[in-house]
Design a binder for this molecule. Sequence first.
Ligand code: ADP
Length: 244
Amino acid sequence: TDQIFAGLKIRDLKVVFDGFVAVGGVDLEVPRNDIRFLIGPNGAGKTTIVDAVTGLVKSTGTIEFGEQKLHGKKVHQIARMGIGRTFQTATVFEELSVLQNLDIAAGAGRGVMTMLRKRKGVPEEVAEALDTIKLTKQLNTPAGILSHGQKQWLEIGMLLVQDSKLLLLDEPVAGMSHDERDATGELLNEIAGTRTVVVVEHDMDFMRKFARSVTVLHQGTKLSEGTVAEVQGDPKVQEVYLGQ
Ligand code: ADP
């Protein structure tokens, strides 16, 4: 019998919108606790792959994370399996503090509203997440007045306290300052020590600096895969990027 692949395993993924093939039979494997960058020109199908994994769009093919089959499951079922994503625009509760945002996320993960429970101190998983996302000092700051970068980190923190084991991040550094980008790169590599991370990325400088392994998509298919140096040296990749 086949050994179970512990990470994310996608086979022959297809997504068709009204006859238009957005993803045309993609295979993708990301080992557990590794980090993979998905790059490619606009319209390559990167976000659609994330949408398919999280159940937002209909797809064919198979999507597995460890022993869990994600294909055919609904958005909330997939979320409950510990698969979390961020969007290009952070979706945090602006009026609530950093701590309250994390509390709500932790509560949603456990199916209870811990926020409503009166208790002293910060729960351990929340304290850990605050430390990882470097927002410990902003504990009581309303999320609405955080910088753009800090909001993205808070959103990632919300996935951490939900105990997401697979995180899919859609252009996490878009709109960030240079320092915020570097901090995010370090944050992602730290998270990838204990979770599997897929990063859709547009920013080539960021990718060069922080990516370990990269999958390049083009027009809904996989164009190239390997280390940053390997994909950058691939004539097929050069052609697509120069031809833009
Ligand atoms: P990327 O993230 O690589 O820029 P997308 O996955 O967003 O690319 O889009 C891939 C292709 O699918 C694009 O041509 C886009 O216009 C198309 N597409 C994405 N979502 C939809 C949709 N809901 N309906 C129709 N076409 C879509």
